[in-house]
Write a protein that binds this ligand. Structure first.
Ligand SMILES: [Zn+2]
Length: 269
């Protein structure tokens, strides 16, 4: 495309159309046939959101002044772009709930951050976090991978470091097998816990009114939920927790044994 103007004109019109549609007021809907739905996308309906579309278009239009010319779109790695935004967002949201956060050279000699989280009983837990951490055979990880983050617990030998992967907008259809073999290898090393966070997990976290109804794996039908509910009689809210909230739960309990206990009590039917 030689001239960027027509693209922005189209986006301007689209944003105006989305913003002016009254569907959410009339039917409390996140889109309708007048603004974003088409009959041919009937089956993708759960993935279509007017609010998300407004957010995305607004972000593009806000960046209108800063666009740069590239030779070819193949020069742009949109995956790494969206994932770096997601990583940034994760850091911001984590920092927001910390009582202390400062840049340091970590115990392993890398640049990173030291952070502290205080639980509701005023216990303080300290961690180090590093970004883009290579996991290799040296750590007994047999399939090489690079974690987006690793959180290292300080002064708690029972807790393991947590390797965190943020999975951006794109569903990595072409690399599910690589992703899972990498993540399984990390688990098998016995040296790390593995945590995967999606865009929704991170973006919706700490929003007053979440746009996204999260159902975590505890709600899976093949699990024996009865057993689980008994285990968490007083903590039923866990059933609705996103992976981000579960991660923070782990960081503020700083106790992996609770998790081990719950995983052994959940049995397959
Ligand atoms: Zn509408």
């Amino acid at each position: 495309m030689r001239d960027e103007k027509p693209l922005f004109e189209v986006l301007d019109v689209a944003l105006e159309k989305l913003n002016s549609c009254q569907c959410e007021k009339q039917y409390e809907k996140d889109g309708c046939y007048k603004c974003i739905y088409a009959y041919k996308n009937n089956f993708d309906r759960p993935l279509i959101s007017k609010r998300k579309a407004i957010e995305v278009i607004q972000n593009i239009l806000t960046a209108r002044e800063n666009i740069k010319k590239v030779e070819s779109v193949s020069d742009v790695n949109s995956d790494s772009l969206s994932e770096s935004v997601l990583e940034e967002l994760f850091m911001v949201k984590l920092k927001n709930i910390c009582s202390n956060w400062k840049p340091i050279i970590t115990s392993r000699g890398h640049s990173g951050y030291l952070f502290e989280i205080i639980d509701k009983d005023n216990n303080k837990y300290t961690y180090e976090i590093e970004q883009q951490v290579e996991l290799t055979q040296e750590e007994n990880v047999q399939v090489y991978s690079k974690a987006d983050f690793v959180i290292y617990p300080i002064k708690n030998k029972d807790m393991k470091p947590i390797a965190i992967f943020t999975d951006g907008f794109a569903f990595h259809e072409d690399r599910v097998d690589i992703d899972s073999s990498q993540r399984m290898a990390i688990v098998k090393s016995s040296n790390y816990l593995v945590w995967s966070l999606t865009w929704e997990d991170i973006n919706e976290y700490d929003k007053k009114k979440s746009d996204y109804k999260y159902e975590n794996y505890f709600n899976e039908k093949h699990l024996n939920i009865k057993q689980f509910r008994k285990l968490y009689k007083e903590n039923k809210e866990f059933l609705q927790y996103s992976n981000m909230e579960l991660l923070l739960e782990l960081l503020t309990s700083n106790n992996i044994n609770i998790w081990n206990l719950s995983s052994t009590k959940i049995k397959l039917k």
